[in-house]
Design a protein around this ligand. Sequence first.
Ligand code: PLP
Length: 400
Amino acid sequence: MQTVTDYFAESAGKSSFIRKMFEKGLELKAQFGEENVCDFSLGNPDVPPPAAARDVLRAIADDAVRPLGLGYCPNAGIPAVREKIAVWISSQQSMEVPASCTIMTVGAASALVDCFRATIERGDEVIVPSPYFVEYGNYCGHFGGVLRPVATKEDFSLDIEAIANAVTPRTRAIIINSPNNPTGAVYSRDELERLVSVVEDENRRRGPSGKALFILSDEPYRAFAYDGVEVPAVLPMSKYAVVVGSFSKTLSMAGERVGYIAVNPALCEEDGGAFVSTLVLVNRTLGCVNAPVIGQRLAAAICGETVDIGIYARRRALMAEVLRNAGIEFTMPKGAFYFFPKVPGGDDFAFVDKLLEERILAVPGTGFGRSGHIRLSCSVDEKIIERSAAGFKRAVEAVK
Ligand code: PLP
């Protein structure tokens, strides 16, 4: 008998390519040994957290062994943590954001799910520049939301005109993710200002009794920008801007599941404060209850720091060299830690198979909404990138 809803019965076959490659990687590593597989499939940050995390965790452990030390906390987060994170977000977003406009969540993932739960009715639409992080479709799909990918330009910059044309009366959010997974694009101030104009014009058209169109900025890679490129702050650009982020990548604590939502202060005032109070309610009732308390305290203590971004910068330079030497075309990523090169021959599945024969794991671009490309994650040691060089060359020869 069918045990699950039609939605999941239908989507089972389409389950994430990233996870599939991850599982394939485990199989190959068991067969040939960990050091003989070049696994570029998953964005699980391997650089150690900042050294200060050790002492902070010890202090948290000493303090936690008391009544309620590991107990429930307010659904929006530990008050002192929210205060600290609000100060940090204020400096990052170049605007005063009070703690009351922030919510601690279970990673950026649950922050996004909260936003969709609070705003999406069945059949509502969410626009995303494509290629895109594939989980967005699932996150809004749970509530009957429909993802509307809009292709970026060839260099992965935003096609503002195409986005404007894709807005319908049912559009509730435009997601942007900069620095971007999978392309490494970082959107310029000019692109963002033009995008904000699209949102502001639409909200004016809808009028005070209409449903708001949000600009939802997903920023877990904010600290990963190279060659001095600016990552402009979106929150001050529009009353309808909402920023979500996490410490998964910036502090290498992806498994500890701590993220946040920051709402433009003017939006906090709108509709009698309904937006933030609804976000807090759904954060509770979707089953998260509150973000993990150890992780919240750790993040608050070291949020001003990051992992050593120089390590990722060196890997980026090395991967660029490996791809160039293999004759693979790519746009140099300005941020994050991924490459999204074109595949020789144009068939991403065929090329991923050829790479597998070389024990190199990559994810087909089709999984991110753009065929003819692969995604490579540089959350691996430089030695592995170096070791992959000959395999990339042979795979290119094989599909010529
Ligand atoms: N958004 C993007 C673009 C991501 O790449 C990820 C994770 O890889 C997430 C959101 C979710 O991150 P987390 O929930 O660990 O903060």
